[in-house]
Ligand binder design. Structure first.
Ligand SMILES: [Zn+2]
Length: 320
């Protein structure tokens, strides 16, 4: 009898599902709209219903299911499977693991979505076959996930790998976390737009940019040689390189994978990032280290969630 795991990736807009064999082969994937009405009250029952309907399509009974991995955009306590807080969904102190285990009668493993995207890339994407991977998501904000010695590192309170909230400027810009000078306020969409508004206040040269431009417009303008855009991108690369060089000293990864919406920026970001990084990093920590762009796109989460279930159920050996 074939055995399966399900990987679920809950996003603010869409919830994605993947059906995998316990050998790690993807059998199917699908998605549904995330219903976060009434503080996410209906979401877990929608997830249960959706999975059970898909079982019918594949003639799978619940006896074939060995476990479920699930990624949530928020702070999670992995051991209890309680979602401490997931702002976009509306969950607070929400016992997701207990609810799904009751519905399916199999072990359920819950983790943060950025951590599981990191695990997905490590397992089947750009991090394949590396021992340690540090995954950075550059989107509206900056997230991160760390795989060391083949396993996910979440830390005592689940905040390990959160590079977006490492401090890069003493007494710097105020961050949403309440502290000053976090990396997130200087890179990706949020930081780039903030830099743009600051620069435009006193800027007297010519530029195609205006205060309402998005990060991707700034990257595009930099590609066409716009001096102001180039300056903003280089400044952002400088701060990112600074934070990454510090992170590398602590975790000594083999691969730094850049994911999220910003890989579209391509070399206009990567080139100054690597140049600045080489200035900051200790040479011994830089040996055998490479920067790469994520490969799985929006599927990283379902791969990572399935990987988590397979890993915790003992289907992988140490390095997988
Ligand atoms: Zn912060």
């Amino acid at each position: 009898m074939s055995k399966y795991v399900i990987g679920v990736d809950i996003g603010g807009t869409l919830t994605k599902f993947g059906l995998f064999t316990t050998g790690g082969e993807r059998v199917d994937q699908w998605k549904m709209t995330t219903n976060s009405e009434d503080n996410g009250k209906h979401l877990s029952s929608h997830i249960v219903k959706n999975i059970k309907e898909r079982f019918v399509k594949h003639s799978i009974t619940e006896d074939n299911l060995t476990g479920i991995g699930i990624g949530v955009p928020g702070f999670i306590d992995e051991s209890s499977g309680v979602v401490d807080v997931a702002v976009n969904i509306g969950w607070a102190n929400y016992p997701l693991k207990a609810i799904l285990e009751k519905a399916f009668n199999v072990p359920v493993f819950v983790n943060n979505d950025a951590n599981l995207a990191a695990a997905g890339e490590h397992w089947n994407g750009a991090g394949k076959r590396s021992v340690s991977t540090f995954f950075i998501t550059l989107g509206t904000g900056v997230g991160g996930g760390l795989i060391a010695n083949g396993d996910l590192v979440t830390g005592a309170n689940g905040t390990a790998g959160e590079i977006g909230h490492t401090l890069v400027v003493p007494n710097g810009r105020l961050c949403t976390c309440g502290r000053e000078g976090c990396l997130e306020e200087y890179v990706a969409s949020k930081g780039l737009r903030r830099s743009l508004r600051n620069y435009l206040r006193n800027f007297e040269g010519s530029s195609s940019l205006h205060k309402d431009n998005e990060a991707i417009d700034i990257y595009e303008a930099a590609k066409t040689g716009d001096t102001l855009a180039g300056q903003i991108v280089n400044e952002s690369a400088y701060y990112l390189a600074y934070a990454v060089a510090n992170a590398v000293m602590i975790i000594n990864p083999e691969k730094i994978i850049i994911g999220g919406g910003m890989p579209a920026a391509g070399n206009i970001l990567l080139q100054p990032l690597v140049i600045q990084f080489k200035r900051f990093v200790l040479k011994e920590a830089d040996k055998n280290l490479s920067f790469e762009f994520a490969q799985l796109g929006n599927d990283a989460g379902i791969y990572g969630a399935s990987w988590l279930a397979l890993k915790r159920l003992g289907y992988f050996c140490h390095q997988d």
